[in-house]
Design a protein around this ligand. Structure first.
Ligand SMILES: NC(=O)c1ccc[n+]([C@@H]2O[C@H](COP(=O)([O-])OP(=O)(O)OC[C@H]3O[C@@H](n4cnc5c(N)ncnc54)[C@H](O)[C@@H]3O)[C@@H](O)[C@H]2O)c1
Length: 484
């Protein structure tokens, strides 16, 4: 078992209507440590009935929660943020155990996750309406912003804490209750956040977290007329299903979906900085991030130099169980993920790619994979069109700016894009030309709570974090005041 300072953070029950409970039929699902294959524990396997209960509880809690002043809600959120930071070591241990990322990255995610709660604790106080000039002398036009109502969130396994707080923070700050379904592979991080939310003073029903049958829970969340907004982070494939399910009841929907980020290195780039950025963007979380560099385009003149330096830097990564000192790359989340990386490598090699390093399962077994670099990758290979979601950097070659922009945009995704150049004219041209919700220029790390996170094309709808992240949880009401 995990060596936690506060063992009560590891909960094997769900949190509904202020109570810790099991599934109605007492069924459970196992949660496994991907680094060891050991069973960490179980969580309830809930379905439609428990989801209905959580939604009804949220609806009952809504009037009192929205009546609280923004300052009162903010005080609870601030306490929750403080508790997350105070318990960061335990939360990180839980996350590494169920997700696999190195402990240092897990700690980084806890502070990143808390930053959304802290940010929205403040942002909630600044929600404001407007008074518009009236076209009529005897009437006034007032615009208010109100909480949208009961919200639901479905989150992925790759950032088990931050993907939750990015949704829960603005919902609660706006005055909305929210029901959360975390990924079945990483439920303990979500339940630990709920423990701390309860301790922070969230009233019962305002936040519920339930685990179990994703299809049944998702169907109830998207079809129950009480729910007014659904926020989903995950694959484009599931996003499409949820969008269809939301259609009959016309729910507001935000979707943070898959990516296929280009990472472009121009001849005039600082090559060392580009290598450093590529390592951070590509190999963080073993390449399992939606914004990670999936296609590395390197200009002809520096192609071999960049490849050589990248291989030297990748060779320094240490693969292992994330709790061990010095480990920089943990296991992939599950066997299915390993198979996908293998397929992308086999496909590329069969079509003429050059293996620079790695390419195989790691000798540690389980779902560990060698950090891999492939050169001479071309657009006909599978990796050009799909997220690999693993520690594989495929290097494409290009000659001109126009050519690489066309290649970078030749995808149905548009979440993040990166490029390295020291030419200021090019910086603006390329940043504007890339079809992507977020662009990193001379940096491989872009996410934070201050900036709007989100995609274009089939990478999604809506923005999370920042002042823009409140909008999805608010409705605009126009009041025409006569008799003035
Ligand atoms: N854009 C972003 O902000 C962002 C962030 C992280 C991950 N992602 C994307 O998430 C994907 C990886 O995560 P994943 O494998 O957990 O994705 P996934 O779509 O398989 O699962 C995401 C969540 O949806 C649930 N789910 C699965 N099928 C469902 C259904 N039919 N109805 C309702 N819920 C269902 C899962 O249980 C999980 O909680 C990648 O494509 C990645 O790019 C995007």
């Amino acid at each position: 078992m995990l060596n936690l300072k506060d063992p009560s953070l590891l909960r094997q029950q769900c949190f509904i209507d202020g109570e810790w409970c099991d599934a109605n039929d007492a069924s459970t699902i196992d949660v496994v440590n991907p680094a060891t294959g050991e069973r960490l524990g179980t969580v309830p396997h809930m379905g439609k009935a428990e989801t209905q209960r959580a939604i009804d509880a949220a609806n009952a809690a809504w009037p009192a929660w929205r009546k609280k002043t923004a300052k009162e809600r903010s005080a609870i959120l601030r306490t929750w943020n403080d508790l997350m930071l105070a318990n960061a070591d335990d939360l990180a241990l839980i996350m590494t155990a169920e997700q696999g990322k190195p402990l240092a990255e897990a700690k980084g995610e806890i502070s990143y996750a808390a930053s959304f709660i802290e940010w929205f604790a403040e942002e909630g106080k600044r929600v404001a309406g407007d008074t518009l000039q009236s076209p009529w002398p005897d009437r006034r036009i007032v615009v208010t912003k109100e909480p949208i109502g009961v919200c639901a969130a479905i989150t992925p396994w790759n950032f088990p804490a931050a993907m939750i707080t990015r949704k829960v923070g603005p919902a609660l700050a706006a005055g909305c209750p929210i029901v959360v379904k975390p990924a079945e592979l990483t439920p303990f991080s979500a339940l630990a956040l709920a423990v701390l939310g309860e301790r922070a003073g969230l009233p019962k029903g305002v936040l519920s977290v339930l685990t179990g049958d994703s299809k049944a829970i998702g169907l109830e969340m998207t079809s129950n007329p009480i729910v007014r907004k659904v926020s989903f982070t995950g694959s484009t494939q599931v996003g499409r299903i949820l969008m269809q399910q939301c259609a009959p009841t016309i729910k507001k929907l935000s979707l943070e979906l898959g990516g296929n980020a280009p990472f472009i290195v121009f001849d005039d780039a600082d090559v060392d900085a580009a290598v450093e950025g590529a390592i951070a963007s590509k190999y963080r979380n073993a390449g399992q991030t939606c914004v990670c560099a999936n296609r590395l385009y390197v200009q002809d003149g520096i192609y071999e130099k960049f490849a050589e330096k990248l291989v030297a830097a990748v060779s320094k990564l240490k693969v292992g169980n994330g709790v061990e000192a010095g480990v920089t790359q943990g296991p992939l989340i599950e066997e299915k993920a390993v198979v996908k990386v293998e397929q992308h490598i086999a496909d590329a090699l069969s079509k003429g790619a050059r293996l620079m390093m790695g390419g195989k399962r790691h000798e540690l077994g389980h779902s560990f994979f060698q950090p891999t670099v492939l050169a001479d990758v071309t657009t006909s290979m599978q990796v050009a069109g799909e997220e690999t979601f693993g520690p594989l950097a495929p290097l494409f070659r290009f000659k001109t700016e126009d050519e690489v922009i066309a290649m970078a945009n030749d995808t149905e995704f548009g979440l993040a894009a990166y490029f390295y150049s020291r030419d200021i004219g090019r910086v603006w041209r390329v940043a504007e030309a890339l079809e992507s919700g977020m662009v990193g220029v001379n940096t491989g790390l872009i996410s934070n709570e201050v900036a709007p996170f989100g995609g274009v094309k089939q990478s999604g709808l809506g923005r999370e974090g920042s002042v823009y992240g409140m909008d999805d949880y608010l409705v605009i009401k126009y009041i025409c005041m006569g008799g003035v």
